[in-house]
Design a protein around this ligand. Sequence first.
Ligand code: 5GP
Ligand code: MN
Length: 349
Amino acid sequence: MDSKLAAVKEILSTPKNILITSHRNPDGDAMGSSLGLQLYLHQLGHTTTVAFPSEYPEFVGWMPGSEKILIHDMEVEAVNACIEKADIIFILDYNGLDRVDKMGEVIGEQKDTPIIMIDHHLNPADCAEYMFSDPSASSTCEMIYDFIVDLGDQDKITVALGECLYSGILTDTGSFKYSTSSKLFRVVAGLKDLGVDDIKLQNLLFNSLPEKNLRLLGHCLNNRMEILEEYNTGIITLTKKDYEVFDIQRGDTEGIVNYLLMMGKVKFAAFITEQPTIVKISLRSKGDFSVQEIAKQHFRGGGHKNAAGGASFKNLRTTVRRFKEILPQYKEELTGIKPTEEALVKSED
Ligand code: 5GP
Ligand code: MN
């Protein structure tokens, strides 16, 4: 066991008050890793709270412990009190305190509280005493599995805990379509041997949509999709009006961006949506084209090579125009064809 892990094992050897946090708009990996870690820490005798900046979507609401999660947007005082009284704070599935807005500011003020980061995003910020960062991992859930095993506690991975972890692996890999490794398959084989019902999880996570979500998907593909052949790029946009008409709630647009990549010619996909105060940009790619770079350089964001996101403070129309304007800079990478000098000059303005 290396010294970092040994130090964490020592910290966890006596009962503590532990706060587990994850990112805004928590997804399957944020939920699965937080609630899976919580089930483990309970077995070690710790008192725990899970807190997120914003609400989790319905399709992960069945996970054990979800009903007790505190949401900073709705319970500021309660969450701040938990942050202040915590002996240790875990930050899971995010790579810097700026990813959790106001909650991150309060966490940052607790100078004497050790932070343990477990995360798989690129470019982690230097904000944790104990940092477990592995951008090659499929998911934070895979890392939590390793964390528990490396601490010598594989026998504490129960079926309920395994279901949390398997869920995050499924959602972050798109059911094993990306970020896979032979090691990941050994992890999931271990979970299946344990008795995790992967078919049940598939149905809970992916085959439980209300009708309106499929109507929304149809609308996106039929009316809101634009293919920019010249750049092997696809865009789907949603307006505030769409949000009203289709009664779009948190999590309802999950996965829509991936449909663009189902076209052979599309290597770069963007889902651009008008939110109450910002325009949110979700980017995906196939192969070596890094959307993380684009999110970081142009949209104050980040993420992974093939899945990243960011935001724009301009309106939807201007954001989409800006998005199209940057494409000539990436034309050669996307198509193998050099952009014209004129297009490039305009793009870099
Ligand atoms: P999604 O498109 O599903 O919202 O996010 C894809 C990936 O990009 C996730 O790993 C997410 O953490 C990351 N991401 C999304 N939005 C942002 C953002 O505004 N800033 C940063 N740094 N990462 C983001
Ligand atoms: Mn993740």
